[in-house]
Design a protein around this ligand. Sequence first.
Ligand code: HEM
Length: 435
Amino acid sequence: MCRISKGWLAYLTVKDKKVHLYIKDLHERYGDIVRIGPNELSIIPKDTTTTVIGPKGLPRGPYYNSREHEGGVSLDGIRDPALHAARRKPWARGMNSTAMKYYEDVIRDETTTLLRVLRERKSENTDISEWMSFLRDAAWISHIPWIIPLLKYLPSASKSWEDMKVVGATLVKRRIQDGSTHPDLFHYLMDEDGNEPVKPSLEVCAGDGMLAIIAGSDTAATTLSHVWYCLLSHPKCFNRLRSEIDEVFPYGEDPMGNLAKLAILPYLNACMLSAIHNEALRLYPPVLGALQRRIEPETGGIVIGDHFIPAETQVSLYAYAIHRDPRHFWPIPDQFWPDRWLSQEKYVLPSGDVIPLDQMVNNREVFVPFSAGPMVCAGKNVAMAEMRAVISSIVQQFDMKVEDQCSLSKWEGDIHEVFVTSRGSLPVFLEPRFG
Ligand code: HEM
């Protein structure tokens, strides 16, 4: 059916919204390269990720034509590599280390508010997955306290794509009207420092601002929710992480007070960075759709692995299928096992079996939850800082109990894609540890 029409994938998307499982299954049945449209291939790369999304990878495919926001074409919809590189410059400035310092302050404030709200809900059944969307107002764009009360009472109201766009557009307009006392992301996107020969138009800034809100908020909230799912269904990992946090940040010392220290914790890196950014992102990449690239006519075609792929073909990478391929991650590629990201001589599996380092397969080159190359996620560092702050503070300050084990067993099945990844609920009882 894929060979006949791209409409088949569209039909499956509408039917059960689980195309990522279908693609994984196609690869398991037919191999590394499968046709997913008359003119489109999905590939599980061996050593070919760089050819497709490396520094000199392929340009974006026609799928990205659909990425238009109210404000115009945003960065993620630009297919021309030269134009994209030019539009990416303000983003690079907006994510440099000076800018990051400001975002860290905002992340700290937002996380503090989240903790306060969660404390107020102690002993109540609380959907931790839903509350991860609390941070979705793209706080690092600009510090906008007026939106917080709204999101606090309506976390689910901003769930749908349309609602997100409305919230996004409101924030963008407000920021443009009000200006800012801080060098926030908009400061860089609007080129308030005058680095560019021509200032970007308001439409361009609005489009990119919307992108930051939409691209950044849902992906981070989804990843955080997956991390809670992984930790709650693997209490040993939760406890190991808790001991590590307690050791480095004893009671009274706030993890958010020292985000740099947080970033270098060895096990935290394995269990949090790797569980968040590695193991949880490996198993549950929040961008379930394809990273689609196109072989342009003037190239005459390219060779990928052992195959010649003709020009004017779309080549797509599905992180979900790639990350679970046993030739890339082994053993237990379908299971949450953060240890695989640690450097050690031998590895003890959850079953108790021991595996020496030289038998482990951990192909980090194909680990692409943030994509790679020139179009790599612009907000990766912000996302990592945000997730580190939220996970470490909640693990440090709350005991978590899952009353209904069904919510854990339903979690995987509830993952589906409607523009952005959609997920189920994760009701827990939160009990503050320190009164
Ligand atoms: C866990 C969190 C996140 C994940 C997994 C993620 C993943 C991705 C992926 C896979 C892409 C490439 C999409 C493509 O090529 O079609 C992307 C692009 C992008 N992301 Fe993220 N993202 C995350 C958080 C954020 C945050 C917090 C921001 C905030 C600003 C952000 C901003 C962007 C932008 C601007 C692009 C477009 C980059 C370009 O076209 O040059 N993302 N992201």
